[in-house]
Write a protein that binds this ligand. Structure first.
Ligand code: PMP
Length: 427
């Protein structure tokens, strides 16, 4: 028995499904147990049995610099010596707020929280308070964390649960959330009309990363901006995956107009838990204690996470950082598709900067219904073949591959060799 298998046996006795988050389960890829990791360095991770993998899971998005970055290590060790949690204000959080406002001018003021879930939840609370309205319009296949209201027709690990409704989510919480297909402006307009003066917010991933990577059509985000303006609702961009992934700052300038509220997470913390929501000052001043909208957190803005975020901004802000990532991502994705063509594999690929999804369907999906129509069996076999060849992917056809600045040309070459072999096993 392998160590991973043994650990999974023990985990299942203590943890539902043996995993701390459903997206980590390997049930969907037909394997008896997930890989348990023991260590990680650069672009590589090592499992409990000592096998090394090139990592494209990227912990579901946070890793932009790869594992064990030395700058991050030094800063964190230094901060551990100085104090990891004060429960008071401190200078580092003010530095980070200044730097984020400089990178994303639409975030004149902001709050730091610990997870993407908290940040989106707080952003929606703010929108509801600011408008005095209750309904939220969102899009099937987007994922906004596991707060009650957002689980209806959600993507990522909530996908299967959402189909049959989510037990434990009261009807009242779900009733105020309207869900329409991604990229369907007409359906969004209809829903906004129906909600009328009760629409508080339109909540969207400006590029979706939770039904696999799905790009917005060119009119989608401008259309949502107009709908929000016409109805007096606020537009919220959930950039938990996107912020600092595609460029230094928010990703939205690459794909659409500015929102009213921006949510960041994942990459921002360089692997430590921190997320943020922010907006123009007048809006954020509704948050307590300046205003009446309550939001709090024991670990909010903790020095360790903030320090990690500052290192991340330093590293990502270096000249040429994103250009190098872009170049390597392009090489890898073009290589994957050339191999697919050679092998006659029935796949398509959608890439946004250093994140992409290889879909086991002939054309890239534009919404969740299309994303669902794919060859599950082929994905599972591809996943298993890649794992056996030392390449770690997310164990779901609806997730992205994430590249980091630690992946080098050797990793690209080794990955492409594995992809070629995996494709040849499919046909
Ligand atoms: N929003 C988006 C777009 C996400 O992808 C996620 C997590 N995958 C979240 C929110 C929730 O973030 P967290 O898991 O940190 O609560």
């Amino acid at each position: 028995m392998s160590r991973s298998e043994d650990l999974f046996g023990r985990a299942r006795a203590r943890v539902p499904g043996g995993v701390m988050s459903p997206a980590r389960s390997y049930a969907g890829v037909g394997l008896s147990h997930p890989v348990f990791l023991a260590s990680a360095r650069g672009a590589h991770v090592v499992d409990a049995d000592g096998r090394t993998y090139i990592d494209y899971l990227g912990a579901f998005g946070p890793h932009l610099l790869g594992h064990g970055d030395q700058r991050l290590r030094s800063a964190l060790v230094d901060q551990i010596d100085k104090g990891i949690l004060f429960g008071t204000s401190h200078g580092l959080e003010v530095d980070l707020a200044d730097r984020l406002a400089a990178a994303i001018p639409e975030m004149e003021k902001m709050r730091f929280v610990s997870t993407g879930t908290e940040a989106v939840m707080s952003a929606v609370r703010l929108a509801r308070a600011a408008t005095g309205r209750s309904k939220v319009l969102k899009f099937a296949g987007d994922y906004h964390g596991h707060a009650d209201a957002f689980l209806a027709a959600a993507g990522s690990g909530a996908r299967d649960a959402a189909g049959s409704g989510v037990p434990g989510v009261p009807e009242g919480a779900a009733r105020d959330v309207l869900t329409v297909p991604y990229n369907d402006l007409e359906a969004a307009a209809r829903a906004a009309r129906e909600a009328g003066r009760d629409l508080a917010a339109i909540l969207v991933e400006p590029v979706s990363g939770n039904m696999g990577v799905v790009l917005p059509t060119s009119d989608f985000l401008p259309g949502l901006r107009s709908l929000a303006d016409a109805s007096g609702a606020l537009l919220i961009y959930d950039e938990v995956i996107l912020g600092f992934r595609a460029r230094y700052g928010a990703a939205f300038p690459l794909v659409g107009p500015a929102p009213d509220i921006i949510v960041l997470g994942k990459v921002l913390g360089g692997g430590l838990p921190i997320a943020a929501y922010g907006a123009r000052a007048a809006l954020m001043d509704l948050v307590a204690p300046e205003g009446p909208v309550f939001q709090a957190g024991t670990h909010a803005g903790n020095p360790l996470s903030v320090r990690a975020a500052l290192v991340l901004l330093d590293a990502a802000g270096e000249p040429g950082f994103y250009e190098r990532l872009e170049g390597r991502s392009r090489t890898l994705c073009e290589g994957i598709m050339a191999l697919a063509k050679e092998a006659g594999a029935n796949v398509s690929l959608t890439r946004f900067a250093s994140m992409w999804t290889l879909f086991f369907r002939p054309t890239p999906p534009t919404n969740m219904d299309e994303a669902r129509e794919h060859d599950r069996e082929a994905f599972a076999r591809f996943f298993g073949a890649m794992l056996a060849r030392g390449v770690l992917l997310a164990p779901s056809p609806y997730e992205a591959w994430f590249l980091t600045s630690a992946h080098d040309d050797d990793d690209v070459e080794t990955t492409l060799a594995a992809v070629g072999e995996a494709f040849s096993l499919l046909t």
